[in-house]
Design a protein around this ligand. Structure first.
Ligand code: CIZ
Ligand code: SF4
Length: 302
């Protein structure tokens, strides 16, 4: 069977759109109508006039698409694609922190469950975390769940006190200074682009700290010819496609297993069987929508 052709046929028949995150493997990115970061895909999800969204990413991203497009059917083609960082933070724990810090604004990285978003004042992504926090009047900030991103934001928004949830992304946390040093010593001319989910000592090595979309922009605009990409390794696929004359190196061991759960045949199965559909409690969706919409009103930051 021609898998691609069959997916294209069913997609048109069902008025479906396929969204894929920058960390998805090349064979999934190739099937997508839009590839982007969680903020870009949220914008697409809110704006699309398709009836069905096939979300190729991880659980919290598909949930955000559903929250922003409650009238549409949203599918996450592999229900096991659960982000371990989002799983490190739970709503009862957030409620406890809110009691302890009643004056604080609660800022939730989008890498959180819908239940945690529902407890938060505003969401952010790695693209706009600094801009979101800087926009808040509160002096005290509870930042969830990534303590590395929280640390990076705290260094860039002076005059506020931060309470950081102790979560992290295992893929980015595993990157060491030595690993980056090794690649840099082989390519001394290369610019080092670091995702802020990395540990502070790795972030300090960066020529540019940025989200994945920020890396796309930086690489396109830069006079440099070589770049070391310190984030999930499949980010290099889009960068290479968009910048044929430039070279991108990745750091060994930066595969996120959760981002590789979806296979092309899962997308086909999804279109054929309309499972597994993302379904969330209505009142929780209502509460989680406000912080997401506030974030989208702030817009992109890098
Ligand atoms: O926000 C996203 O999509 C993630 C997880 C990475 C990034 O920096 O774009
Ligand atoms: Fe979660 Fe990290 Fe994988 Fe993103 S790269 S889905 S934050 S584990």
């Amino acid at each position: 069977m021609d898998l691609r052709g069959e997916i294209a046929r069913l997609k048109a028949e069902q008025r479906a759109v396929i969204l894929a995150h920058n960390y998805q493997p090349p064979e999934i990115q190739e099937l997508a109508d839009f590839v982007g970061d969680s903020l870009g895909l949220s914008v697409q999800a809110a704006a699309t006039n398709a009836d069905i969204i096939i979300f190729c990413g991880v659980d919290f991203m598909a949930e955000s698409a559903k929250i922003l497009s409650p009238g549409k059917k949203v599918f996450l083609p592999a229900s096991s694609a659960k982000c371990p960082m989002a799983a490190m933070c739970d709503a009862p724990g957030v409620r406890k922190l809110k009691k302890k810090h009643p004056q604080a604004a609660v800022v939730a990285y989008v890498n959180t469950s819908a239940a945690v978003k529902a407890e938060s004042d505003i969401c952010c992504t790695s693209s706009n975390a600094i801009k979101v926090v800087a926009s808040l009047p509160q002096e005290e900030i509870v930042f969830l769940p990534d303590c590395n991103l929280g640390d990076y934001v705290s260094r860039n928004v002076p005059g506020k006190r931060f309470i950081l949830w102790p979560g992290f992304c295992p893929t980015h946390e595993n990157v060491t200074r030595e690993a980056v040093e090794r690649v840099r010593s082989e390519h001394p001319q290369a610019k080092v682009l670091v995702h802020p989910e990395c540990r502070p000592e790795v972030v300090q090595m960066a020529d540019k700290v940025s989200s994945t979309e920020g890396m796309m922009k930086y690489a396109a605009a830069s006079d440099g010819r070589e770049f070391i990409i310190v984030t999930e390794c499949d980010m290099s696929y889009r960068l290479r496609l968009a910048n044929p004359g430039k070279t991108f190196y990745t750091i060994p061991g930066t595969t996120c297993p959760t981002m590789k759960k979806i296979r092309p045949q899962d997308i086909l199965a999804c279109l054929e069987g309309q499972v597994p559909e993302v379904s969330l409690d209505e009142s929780m969706m209502e509460r989680a929508r406000l912080p997401l919409e506030r974030m989208m009103a702030v817009g992109r930051g890098d």
